[in-house]
Design a binder for this molecule. Structure first.
Ligand code: PFF
Length: 486
């Protein structure tokens, strides 16, 4: 790792365990890296499309509630565990458990994170590939003057070609793994310093476009006017799962970033800034996309292709649209890039330590594995789009649908966002809130009078909410209600 390019260049000067581990050069660099991890496809691609699938306002409200009451406290907990452990997630959890006299099986939490990161990256890279594929199309002016139907068909042609998707998936994964292999985060973080604000400026420009569509009010009301009759149990589960996904929580990514954090940095301030910026980007994306949807009589629930069917329409119609559109997709790829690096980082640090192999070897092997896994997602949009699973549990009290006609991509997304990340987050909350000695967490967080509030949130609010949403999604709540006749 070259010193000049790395933010991790200041040896720690403290007495904590593994004190000589490299560290971020400043709090700002940590916030940038964590924001780089959080802001990604989840905000611009996934948030709008799942909001559309689950009917708008009520989903957004639940998502915002989850960010505030579960996301921020768990993010603080995850960063805190990382900083105290100063290792890969598996070793960190084992070490902390030992420190507080608990079972080393807590290492399993780290393990689940490593696997979740693999699985998420496998489809993340395919979708980032779509965004990359749009760069040359935008630059060539493909969308200029096209109507909704024509834009739709550009998207369908892209996803129906496995070769094209594989090519872009390969390129994106190669870009990710080559950064990870070098271990040089600095170069990319420097880029993030400029590119993130640029992405933000472009979103603001697009908001002006959205205001001009004549359907801005309708878009806002769709996003912010909750209609609870539209929200399903699965919608609530997805809102919670997405809060974890978008903040990169529950799988050790933020834990690894926390492990490089200097001791004197305020974890609370950092967590709140990251969550704020992340939420802002997602809401801006929604405020841009839905007015375009309504102005063109498109379907809000169009699924994963939503931004690829709406934004090009806007760029195709606006002044300098070719320029802004090209820049937008380039910036989206960058946002995805800084997230994908953090998705695989837990696996890399773990593999290096466990197998005593070099960073390069760990990166090449994981890259190949992720690449193969990615083929499932590629094919679920074309060759294998009709290979689906449904899991419907029929009881004499009724049917409980957990997955309906899910393709491989749907399944991977459901398993990771809706199950693995919240489960990981739950375990983090339980560990930090119940098992870690209070004196340690109080010392790490140093939030004075706020400590009891954080403590209630991680001990009670977050775990109880996650458990209720899980039970609800498994049909348990409906089952109990139907037995009791309420
Ligand atoms: N937060 C990223 C996004 O919203 O695109 C995705 C992500 C990155 C999830 C890192 C989990 C993670 F550990």
């Amino acid at each position: 790792m070259s010193d000049s390019a790395s933010p991790l260049n200041e040896p720690a000067a403290n007495k904590k365990p593994s004190a000589n581990r490299e560290q971020w050069s400043s709090r700002l660099v940590f916030i940038l890296a964590a924001t780089g991890s959080a802001v990604g496809l989840g905000n611009i691609w996934k948030f709008p499309y799942i909001t559309g699938e689950f009917g708008g306002g009520a989903f957004v409200l639940i998502y915002l509630l989850c960010i505030a009451s579960i996301g921020i406290p768990i993010m603080m907990a995850e960063i805190m565990l990382g900083r105290r452990g100063r290792h890969d997630p598996v070793t960190t959890m084992k070490k902390l458990a030992k420190e507080s006299g608990h079972s080393r099986s807590w290492g399993l939490l780290g393990w689940m994170g490593v696997i979740a990161g693999f699985l998420i990256l496998s489809y993340y890279s395919v979708i980032a590939g779509w965004a990359m594929a749009y760069v040359p199309r935008m630059a060539a002016g493909t969308f200029v003057g096209l109507d909704a139907e024509a834009v739709n068909s550009v998207f369908s042609t892209l996803v129906s070609s496995p070769e094209t998707l594989i090519a872009w998936h390969t390129l994106f994964l190669f870009m990710t793994m080559s950064i990870v292999a070098r271990g040089v985060r600095g170069g990319l973080e420097k880029a993030v310093t400029y590119l993130m604000p640029m992405l933000f400026v472009l979103l603001v420009i697009l908001i002006f476009y959205a205001m001009d569509t004549g359907h801005f009010g309708q878009g806002l009301s769709y996003l912010f006017n909750p209609d609870f009759s539209k929200i399903s149990t699965e919608g609530v589960l997805s809102a919670m799962g997405h809060a974890f996904f978008t903040l990169s929580l529950g799988m050790g990514a933020i834990m690894v970033y926390g492990s490089y954090l200097p001791d004197n940095t305020s974890i609370a301030k950092a967590s709140i800034s990251v969550a704020f910026m992340d939420t802002l980007v997602a809401l801006l994306a929604g405020m841009i996309i839905f007015p375009i949807v309504f102005a063109n009589s498109l379907e809000p629930g169009a699924g994963p292709g939503l931004i690829f069917k709406t934004l090009p329409l806007a760029f195709g119609q606006m002044n300098y649209g070719t320029f802004f559109g090209t820049l937008f997709f380039i910036l989206l790829v960058f946002a995805a890039w800084t997230s994908s690096i953090s998705l695989i980082e837990p696996a890399i640090t773990w593999a290096m330590k466990t197998f005593q192999i070099s960073r390069v070897k760990a990166s090449v092997t994981s890259g190949m594995l992720v690449w193969f896994m990615g083929l499932f997602t590629v094919f679920s949009f074309n060759l294998a789009s009709d290979v689906t699973i449904s899991s419907v549990i029929s009881t004499k009290y009724g049917e409980f649908v957990i997955l309906k006609d899910a393709t491989a991509f749907d399944f991977l997304d459901y398993l990771t966002s809706n199950i693995m990340l919240p489960l990981g987050g739950l375990m983090i909350a339980v560990y930090a809130g119940w098992l870690m000695k209070k004196e340690y967490s109080r010392d790490e967080l140093s939030i004075g009078l706020w400590f009891p509030i954080w403590s209630v949130l991680v001990r009670y609010v977050a775990p109880v909410m996650v458990i209720i949403v899980f039970l609800n999604a498994m049909g348990v709540v409906a089952f109990v209600r139907s037995i009791m006749g309420v």
